[in-house]
Design a protein around this ligand. Structure first.
Ligand SMILES: [Fe+2]
Ligand SMILES: [Fe+2]
Length: 232
């Protein structure tokens, strides 16, 4: 990160990032998803299924299964950075609304703004708390980082998390680009260190589905407990 960033000092990762870029093979394929992340995933996924209406675009790239994977990835990255619950929820809300107002599967540069407006409107008529950070993150998720980060800083100059939330969210969205086929994901565009280590894990989530990954992990936890009992 060359530019001074408005993120909490504990999240500055410039040196580590440079190190990581030297060795792109630094992938963690066996991330154990915490139970808290799994519970949040199901809570927000159910909310999306029941409450969020997606415009029909006649394709499968940006439908609810994509948003569910982005939800899991953003919860996971947020958890890895030990973000507070309010910030985790801000990411979750962005995930479940962000592609709901597309007009086409292809290039559609204002779908982020339309989804953000839908989210604001929804909060005005339902008991879902409106978070300005979610609104901004979503509104600009189809914009260029530099341009939108400047806008965010201008809008919320005192918020220590908002730019970081934007980066995490865009990384979670980018990590699901395997679905777009060969060349869909360029890892050089991934922003945060934690997301950079999850590229292959994200591919596995896409291939297997989040629910299947949870089952695999439950099996592994059971095996581990069995082995631990056998050692005693
Ligand atoms: Fe989008
Ligand atoms: Fe998306």
């Amino acid at each position: 990160m060359s530019q001074a960033v408005q993120v909490p000092p504990e999240f500055q990762e410039t040196e580590e990032m440079e190190e990581w870029e030297k060795k792109l093979e630094n992938q963690r394929e066996d991330i154990l998803i915490p139970q808290g992340v799994i519970s949040d995933y199901f809570r927000w996924k159910t909310f999306m299924e029941d409450e969020v209406e997606f415009w029909e675009v006649g394709g499968t790239w940006h439908t609810k299964p994509h948003c569910a994977r982005v939800l899991l990835l953003s919860l996971l990255i947020g958890n890895e950075y030990h973000l507070p619950k309010k910030e985790i929820n801000a990411l979750a809300m962005a995930s479940v609304f962000h592609d709901s107002r597309r007009k086409t599967e292809w290039y559609d540069v204002s779908h982020g703004q339309r989804a953000a407006d839908y989210y604001r409107e929804y909060c005005g008529t339902h008991p879902l708390p409106f978070d300005e950070r979610t609104y901004l993150v979503m509104a600009g998720h189809d914009r260029k980082d530099e341009e939108w980060e400047a806008k965010i800083r201008e809008e919320l100059p005192d918020d220590r998390y908002v730019v970081f939330l934007y980066r995490i969210f865009k990384d979670a969205d980018a990590l699901d680009r395997f679905r777009l086929g060969k060349g869909g994901l360029d890892v050089n565009y991934i922003r945060t260190l934690k997301a950079k280590t999850m590229v292959l894990f994200a591919k596995h989530i896409w291939l297997a589905t989040p629910e299947k990954v949870f089952e695999e992990q439950a099996d592994r936890r059971r095996d581990r407990r069995r082995r631990a009992r056998a050692v005693k």
